[in-house]
Design a protein around this ligand. Structure first.
Ligand code: ADA
Length: 578
């Protein structure tokens, strides 16, 4: 399942998860053409790095299975995520594809004869000019069909997406609803949409949609008697849309909504009008057993640790996350900063702008209704100093705002007073690392004050008076490396750095959020020669891992776990919860 709940009651949906035929190119003498025979099997979803002899495989691989088609139905193949480039063939004919591991995508098949068909997917996780977002980096680019796959049988006219924006007013809550409907038939079609939420049901006439086109119907549902959503009361409501033609319901779609409003007001971030204080972690989707294809129980266990640490905030560094963990954050009341896929990404490759816009569009359109997402981010630690950098930040942040006016937007910058892009963000976010990449832990507060003074001066060129989040800070500690000298890479040193950082960042009145770098140790790319994560250099990435987790890759707590918990408890006492 792509979600933690059923998105359809009427529409026939089957899971394509399970054992697929599998053939990595490294097994083949002659490569490239669609294989007829397969030498292996692989469980989907999974990362092929979970297979011992493929644990470091960077290349292409072929997946195959069959599927059945019913009379007179179209097939919608829904992929949660394939890492990182997919090409899809049905009965040997190329029918679609996608770039970027971290967003859902689909292939729509019309006119298939009833009966059994062949589905083949070529997956490629190589680096090169074709890939500007997946590059050698301080996290690993895995390979495979790494998130769930579903097969939907849809009529010619079907419900594509629901976008819902809750609004509070003097007469209670209302919901601004946009429903996108697709017509893949060969004649114009209209119908009736029946929409229900929180005990209310309304009907909307759907004007005819020309063949092969999509259309949206925008309506408001008012006077809703609902309980708001927040971390202390994560109330969720089903939205059910049914599409009828000639009084017969032909399709349906279920999504969920939490009634909350997120606003920036002066130096504050407000949730339902109350000041919000975000306290938590940056979390990569990474695990030594599963790579990026962490099963649902693994996601839930990570969130249980967040709760045990008294945290309420998850930053999806540095890409859109699996929809199931976002569903879990909706259900558990954990606030999320979700960001489109970028980390220290160069802007000069010709296809960069198209690829970052696609990641951003798919993130917003597929994750729009998650109550837990309180802000959108993008362009982590990219060029914020040059004219070109300003141009790209301005464009992408404006694009984000255009896709969703209901949430604030931000980017995590690392160039401190050289950053010329704070004008484009609603919230100013800094990756600081005092005490690890420079400076001394005892100077953490002083450096923060210096940054805030700069931000609120004309020097920042547009950040004055905006809310601040310290989006990354931390130190490396190898699990089990202990010494009383608190040497770098010891767990003791990580405690020293985090103690000073949390004291400063969790309690400064100008800081509305702080996310530790990082939740767990993660695998990094061996290729590449970046000074900060060069796996071969002693200062780089021992074990070919980013070792700044507060738990190690197996989620074993380091010495700093209790330090973090104590600070998070103290911060809640002082700054509360919404
Ligand atoms: C940067 C970057 C992170 C990680 C971190 C580190 O802040 O945003 O992805 O690489 O540095 O561990 O150095």
């Amino acid at each position: 399942m792509l979600r933690t709940f059923a998105e359809h009651c009427l529409r026939p949906v089957q899971s394509l998860d399970g054992l697929w035929d599998f053939l990595p190119e490294c097994d083949r003498a002659v490569r490239g053409n669609t294989p007829k025979t397969f030498t292996r099997k692989i469980e989907c979803p999974s990362a092929w790095e979970s297979i011992p002899d493929l644990s470091g495989y960077r290349g292409a691989a072929w997946y195959h299975r069959t599927f059945q088609v019913m009379e007179g139905k179209n097939v919608r193949l829904a992929f949660g995520g394939v890492s990182h480039t997919a090409t899809v063939f049905v009965d040997g004919k190329e029918v679609g594809g996608h770039y970027d591991a971290f967003t859902p995508w689909e292939v729509l098949l019309t006119g298939l004869k009833p009966g059994k068909h062949d589905l083949t997917v070529k997956v490629d996780n190589t680096f090169g000019d074709h890939s500007t977002l997946h590059i050698p980096n301080d996290y690993y680019t895995y390979g495979g069909i790494t998130r769930p796959v579903e097969l939907h049988l849809v009529p010619d006219l079907f419900l594509d997406k629901i976008f819902a924006v809750p609004k509070s007013g003097k007469n209670g809550w209302s919901l601004q609803v946009r429903v996108r409907v697709r017509n893949v038939g060969d004649t114009a079609k209209g119908g009736v949409i029946r929409f229900s939420v929180a005990g209310q049901q309304v009907e909307w006439k759907l004007s005819e949609i020309p063949a092969g086109e999509s259309a949206e119907i925008s309506k408001s549902v008012t006077g809703l008697d609902v309980k708001p959503w927040s971390e202390t009361a994560p109330n969720l409501y089903d939205m059910v849309a049914q599409l009828s033609v000639d009084d017969k319901v032909i399709d349906d779609k279920v999504d969920r909504v939490g009634f909350r409003e997120v606003k920036v007001k002066g130096k504050q971030l407000l949730l339902n009008g109350k000041p919000l204080h975000l306290r938590g972690f940056n979390r990569h989707e990474d695990h030594p057993m599963y790579g990026c294809a962490i099963p649902a129980i693994g996601m839930a266990q990570d969130l249980d640790l967040f709760k045990d640490l008294n945290c309420n905030f998850l930053r999806t560094c540095h890409y859109p996350n699996d929809m199931r963990i976002l569903d879990m954050c909706d259900e558990r009341g954990i606030y999320v900063w979700e960001e489109s896929h970028s980390r220290q990404t160069p802007f000069d490759p010709p296809n960069f702008e198209a690829q970052i816009r696609q990641s951003t569009l798919e993130m917003v359109e597929n994750h729009f209704n998650h109550a837990c997402i309180v802000m959108w981010g993008t362009l982590n630690e990219c060029d914020t100093a040059s004219d070109r950098g300003m141009e790209v930040h301005g464009e992408v942040l404006e694009y984000l705002r255009g896709l969703d006016a209901s949430r604030p937007v931000t980017y995590a910058g690392h160039l401190r007073q050289r950053d010329r892009c704070t004008r484009y963000a609603d919230i100013v976010s800094w990756n600081l690392y005092t005490g690890w990449y420079g400076g001394k832990p005892e100077k953490t507060l002083a450096e923060l004050e210096e940054m805030i003074a700069w931000l609120d001066s004309a020097e920042s060129g547009g950040g004055k008076g905006k809310p601040v989040i310290v989006s990354e800070f931390g130190a490396g500690a190898i699990y089990g490396c202990r010494n009383q000298r608190a040497d770098p890479w010891s767990e003791e040193w990580q405690c020293v750095v985090l103690d000073e950082a949390l004291k400063a960042y969790l309690h400064h009145p100008r800081v509305v959020g702080a996310s530790i770098w990082q939740f767990c140790d993660v695998r990094v790319t061996r290729e590449g020669n970046n000074h900060t994560y060069n796996a071969y250099s002693p200062m780089g990435r021992p074990r070919c891992m980013n070792n700044k987790g507060v738990v190690d890759e197996y989620r074993r707590p380091k010495l700093s776990y209790e330090t973090v918990k104590a600070h998070m408890v103290a911060a809640e006492k002082k700054r509360g919860r919404v």
